[in-house]
Design a protein around this ligand. Structure first.
Ligand SMILES: Nc1ncnc2c1ncn2[C@@H]1O[C@H](COP(=O)(O)OP(=O)(O)OP(=O)(O)O)[C@@H](O)[C@H]1O
Ligand SMILES: [Mg+2]
Length: 159
């Protein structure tokens, strides 16, 4: 860990970084040093001995996550590799993969996007010999989605 990292912060930034207990909200203008606060705060938590596996850092883009991890690694070293850091989608896909057994899925499950789902549905509708004017893929997709949102699982539909 670089020992002088707190000197690379202005007064307001340092206050936010040192406030390691409880919630902190950072609101500041574009390019004013918000990301620096977040990265140094995480580096500071690591230095205080917090287990990297207990720190969750969510970003909107992969680019931002990569940039944060790189910056933290530069201050805190290798331990930064163990951080839970990524986009909402990437982090929770990882959680699902680790916990997949509890859901009855294999850990190598694939997540379909809307295009994948629609093209699979079209195949199924064709294979089942159904009229795709009546069983429109979009409509079927919405029905499946609504069922999932209401926790209506396959056993209840077919059983
Ligand atoms: N206290 C500081 N002293 C010197 N340079 C700083 C300081 N704080 C931030 N910087 C530098 O200023 C630039 C912008 O900082 P940073 O990326 O943290 O800002 P931001 O508020 O997250 O920006 P954005 O709104 O684009 O997300 C970076 O190059 C950063 O290294
Ligand atoms: Mg930023």
């Amino acid at each position: 860990m670089k020992s002088n990292y707190l000197e690379q912060l202005n007064e307001a930034q340092r206050e936010a970084v040192l406030q390691s207990e409880g919630p902190v909200m950072i609101i500041a203008g574009a390019g004013s040093g918000k990301t620096r606060v977040l990265t140094y705060r995480i580096a500071h938590l690591l230095e205080k001995g917090i287990d990297a596996f207990h720190i969750l850092s969510l970003t909107f883009t992969n680019k931002a996550a990569r940039e944060m991890r790189d910056r933290i690694e530069r201050i805190a070293g290798n331990e930064a590799k163990n951080l839970w850091m990524g986009t909402f989608h990437a982090v929770f896909a990882k959680v699902l993969r680790i916990e997949s057994e509890k859901l009855g899925f294999p850990s190598n499950f694939t997540i379909y996007d809307t295009d994948d789902s629609k093209s699979l549905l079209k195949d199924i509708i064709r294979e089942q010999g159904l009229d795709d004017k009546i069983y429109k893929p979009d409509v079927v997709l919405n029905r499946i989605s609504a069922a999932k949102n209401n926790f209506v699982f396959l056993e209840r539909v077919s059983g």
